[in-house]
Design a protein around this ligand. Structure first.
Ligand code: 13P
Length: 300
C-alpha cells in the first residue's frame, strides 16, 4: 500500500484538510495542503471549508484550530506531541502574576494551552508579536510565556515596559553565542537567520530574525548564496526544495524538536482512518480563548 496515495484518498473521502507546521518531517509536509508558520496556519484553520482538520504540529496548534473552528473535527495525529514551552506556564501561576499587576494587559504567545489563553487579553505569534505589543495603548504589558521572544519585542518597542514570564523553548535555547561565532568564522559570507525564541545574545548576532516562514521567505528572496539557519531543522525541507542553488546549514545540530518529529506519514494515515486524537476544548474556555485569538487575527 502506498501511504501517500492512501492519505490523499482518505482526505477526499472524509472532506479533510491537512495542515503542517514548517517543523514537520518532509514526508508529512509532502501530503499537507498547507505548510507554514503558526500565524499562517491559524488563519487557514479559522477559514477552512472542510469538515475535518488534521493538524500536523503540536497540541497547542491543534487546540488553537479547534477554538477558531469549533464546529470542525480537529485531529492531532500524535497525542503525545506537546510543547514544553507551553507547559512552562500554568493558569495558577498566571493568575498570581496578574494579581501582582492588576489592570495590566496580558499578551500571550500562541505557544500556550487553551486554559492559559482564556486568561489573557490578546494572542501573538513570533511573526506579529512586535506589531501586537505596539498596537496596545498601555505602556506596561505582561508578556507570557516566552522570555526570549519577550526580550526581542521589548528591544523593538522600547517605549513599552514588558514584564516577562520566564519560559523558553528547549530546542532554541541550545544555541549559544559561541555557536554563531564559530559559523561566522567558517562561513564568513553566509547570512545568519535566527528565530526570536533563541537567547537575546544569539538573536543580536543575526542578519535577520523572524518566524519560520519569515526566515524561509528571507532566504528565498535574498541574493546571498549561503545561509545559516537558527531554527528547527524542518524548515530546511522547504528551503532546499525551493532554492537548490543555495546552501543551507543548521546553526546547531540540536535544533530538532522531538515533539514536532513525533508525527509520521503513518500517523496522518491513522488519524484519517480512525479519527484518532480528536481535540476537544470546553465551550466556555473556547469562547474566552477565541476572543483573544480573534483580536490577534484582526490586528495582525
Ligand atoms: P513560528 O511562529 O515561526 O511558526 O514558530 C512556532 C514555534 O513554535 C517556534 O518554535
Amino acid at each position: 500500500m502506498d501511504l501517500q496515495t492512501e492519505v490523499r484518498r482518505l482526505k477526499k473521502e472524509r472532506n479533510a484538510v491537512i495542515l503542517a507546521h514548517n517543523y514537520q518531517l518532509e514526508e508529512v509536509q509532502q501530503v499537507a495542503d498547507y505548510v507554514g508558520d503558526s500565524f499562517y496556519l491559524s488563519k487557514i484553520a479559522a477559514n477552512t471549508k472542510e469538515d475535518v482538520i488534521v493538524f500536523c504540529g503540536v497540541r497547542f496548534m491543534a487546540e488553537t484550530a479547534k477554538i477558531l473552528s469549533p464546529r470542525k473535527t480537529v485531529l492531532l495525529p500524535e497525542s503525545g506531541a506537546g510543547c514544553p514551552l507551553a507547559d512552562m506556564i500554568t493558569v495558577e501561576g498566571l493568575r498570581e502574576m496578574k494579581a501582582r499587576y492588576p489592570g495590566v494587559p496580558v499578551v500571550c504567545y500562541i505557544n500556550s494551552s487553551a486554559e492559559v489563553k482564556a486568561e489573557c487579553d490578546i494572542c501573538c505569534t513570533s511573526s506579529n508579536a512586535v506589531k501586537i505589543v505596539r498596537s496596545l495603548p498601555e505602556r506596561r504589558i505582561l508578556f507570557v510565556p516566552d522570555e526570549n521572544l519577550g526580550q526581542y519585542v521589548a528591544q523593538k518597542v522600547p517605549d513599552k515596559e514588558l514584564i516577562l514570564w520566564q519560559g523558553h523553548c528547549r530546542t532554541h535555547a541550545k544555541v549559544k553565542p559561541a555557536d554563531v561565532e564559530s559559523v561566522r568564522a567558517r562561513y564568513p559570507e553566509a547570512k545568519i537567520l535566527i528565530h526570536p525564541e533563541c537567547e537575546p545574545a544569539v538573536v543580536a548576532m543575526a542578519d535577520f530574525a523572524g518566524s519560520t516562514s519569515e526566515i524561509i521567505n528571507y532566504a528565498k528572496q535574498s541574493t546571498a548564496k549561503v545561509f545559516i539557519i537558527g531554527t528547527e531543522a524542518g524548515v530546511l525541507h522547504n528551503l532546499n526544495d525551493s532554492c537548490p542553488e543555495k546552501q543551507f546549514y543548521l546553526l546547531h545540530p540540536g535544533l530538532i524538536c522531538p515533539n514536532m518529529k513525533m508525527t509520521r506519514l503513518n500517523s496522518v494515515y491513522q488519524a484519517l482512518l480512525t479519527s484518532r486524537h480528536e481535540i476537544e476544548v470546553p465551550a466556555e474556555l473556547a469562547y474566552r480563548a477565541q476572543s483573544m485569538l480573534n483580536k490577534m487575527l484582526e490586528l495582525a
